[in-house]
Design a protein around this ligand. Structure first.
Ligand SMILES: Nc1ncnc2c1ncn2[C@@H]1O[C@H](COP(=O)(O)OP(=O)(O)OP(=O)(O)O)[C@@H](O)[C@H]1O
Ligand SMILES: [Mg+2]
Length: 269
């Protein structure tokens, strides 16, 4: 069988996820990580950047929703530091205040421009290989209308692609954004969803789904996931029945009794 041409991939930094992705995230692309509040987006994103830091790559965390102190607290709860990660803290109110200095009318365009310029200049200065954007919800709220949001995202994607950056855009799902998410999915190279649900009994059930990954035959469907102290997000790839049997031939041990071996299809595994 002709070997599939290997594309360059980068490690997601999340145990078990690279396996589902057949090696990692295809390089130089934009990915969306969706999930409800508390589903583990920020934790997963920190792991992705820390994997970059471990390889000596410049990494940047653009935070619109969390302060540096909050990020540090999340990292610290796992015994991690933000060393090597440049945190670009852009509280939405900062850009509003700056915009307000220039004019008494705060237009959507002005606020978007301010935010975009701040992010782009941070990227130009720091030249990251990996970027996290936390989160798209703030841009959704500024733009309100989805065509404007979509255009903004397409422009940002082009900006990142020119600079060979692998980017994770975190998208906080609220009940209102559940439906608008779909058009955004079309722009991204891949979409990963984090799911957190309450079962009738017992603890929270966390699951992960790679709902889209261009050019990669990912293991589809839900895979169990956990957030563990010290390890962060951990993924347990679901075993696909039949997949293992096709690749691994079992070793058979003969009992020495021919009729018995025959009954077990040649011997016991
Ligand atoms: N040290 C830890 N050990 C185990 N679980 C933790 C630890 N710290 C946080 N968690 C769990 O991880 C969850 C937070 O994950 P995270 O902040 O990454 O979510 P998020 O998707 O970014 O949320 P938001 O949309 O609110 O920013 C918490 O709800 C908590 O249950
Ligand atoms: Mg978060």
């Amino acid at each position: 069988m002709a070997e599939r041409k290997k594309q360059t991939v980068v490690s997601s930094g999340i145990s078990g996820l690279d396996e589902i992705l057949r090696g990692g995230l295809p390089a130089s692309n934009l990915y969306i990580v969706q999930g409800a509040p508390g589903s583990g987006k920020t934790t997963a994103a920190l792991q992705f950047l820390r994997a970059g830091v471990a390889l000596g790559e410049p990494c940047i965390y653009v935070s619109l929703s969390q302060t540096r102190a909050e990020l540090e607290a999340i990292a610290l709860s796992h015994g991690w530091t933000l060393d090597g990660i440049r945190v670009e803290e852009l509280s939405a109110s900062d850009s509003i205040n700056r915009a307000a200095d220039q004019t008494i009318f705060q237009t959507t365009e002005l606020r978007l421009d301010e935010t975009r310029k701040a992010i782009e200049s941070a990227i130009e200065e720091h030249k990251p290989s990996r970027l996290v954007y936390d989160s798209l919800l703030e841009i959704r709220l500024i733009t309100a209308d989805s065509p404007r949001f979509r255009r903004e995202l397409i422009a940002f994607k082009a900006f990142l692609a020119q600079r060979n950056i692998v980017a994770l855009l975190l998208d906080t799902q609220t009940s209102e954004t559940d439906r608008t998410g779909e058009e955004v999915d079309g722009i991204a190279h891949g979409v990963i969803r984090l799911d957190k649900s309450l079962e009738e009994y017992g603890g929270v059930r966390r699951r992960i789904e790679v709902s889209k990954m261009r050019g990669v035959p990912v293991a589809d469907g839900y895979h169990d996931m956990a957030i563990r102290e010290g390890e962060g997000v951990v993924v347990f790839p679901r075993i696909v029945p039949g997949a293992a049997a096709r690749t691994v031939k079992p070793q058979l041990i003969k009992s020495g009794v021919d009729t018995l071996d025959e009954m077990f299809g040649g011997g016991q595994e």
